[in-house]
Write a protein of this length. Structure first.
Length: 222
């Protein structure tokens, strides 16, 4: 194995010539410790790393090393066997720059029964998609494109709501605020994180104000 060098290979070949099993096993353990020293940046005491070193030792011996090691020797059949292919998801994304999560949000909006909540969800999704589009393409995008994409992704099931919301535009203050407030509501789990951030900011501001008041009182008394 090239990463250990020819000197290590010669030592492994020498260990194979040792007839005494106990002595051969002792040298094998010393060999593994030496292999750790050769790659100090990879030094690790975890079981997986130690097993890798022992596997490498057996491979360098061409699977002929007969010692009582801490791990069973690897199977020669596995050497050179190609790794299994990674099972990638088979989701067909119509617009890859929006991602699978946006498609799931659109399905959530389609399933929403309350008309007002459905509108707010679509408004929020549209603003989110606009942000993704700009990030992906590094250029601005007209609102008409976003609304048309929502129609296509929802197979026009949200077409009526899109037509209504498109009259106000993605930057309309009422639509933006209502969508944001809906997303922060208790029934939307992610909103709790936003509320927590707001609470944390409130505590920080109170802490700063209290400290400033104490400092001002200290200066006056002084």
């Amino acid at each position: 194995m090239k990463e250990y060098g020819s000197s290590v290979q010669k030592l492994v070949d020498y260990i194979l010539t040792i007839e005494d099993t106990e002595k051969r096993t002792k040298y094998a353990f010393l060999m593994v410790e030496l292999m750790k020293q050769i790659h100090p940046n990879m030094k690790d005491n975890t079981q997986d790393y130690s097993k890798k070193l022992w596997d490498d030792l057996f491979i360098m011996s061409n699977f002929k090393l007969d010692v009582q090691g801490p791990y069973p020797p690897p199977s020669p059949e596995l050497l050179g066997k190609p790794p299994r292919k990674v099972a990638y998801n088979q989701h067909h994304l119509k617009f890859k720059h929006y991602g699978r999560n946006v498609e799931l949000l659109i399905l959530r909006a389609i399933a929403e029964e309350k008309l007002e909540d459905k509108k707010l969800l679509v408004a929020y999704i549209a603003r989110l998609m606009k942000g993704f589009y700009v990030t992906w393409n590094k250029e601005s995008v007209d609102d008409v494109v976003i609304w048309q994409n929502i129609k296509e992704m929802s197979e026009n099931l949200l077409g009526t709501i899109v037509d209504e919301l498109s009259q106000e535009g993605l930057g309309h203050a009422r639509v933006a605020n209502n969508a944001r407030n809906t997303y922060n509501a208790p029934e939307y789990p992610n909103g709790n994180n936003n509320n927590n951030r707001n609470n944390n900011n409130y505590r920080k501001n109170n802490f700063r104000n209290n400290n400033n008041n104490r400092n001002n009182n200290f200066r006056k008394n002084k």
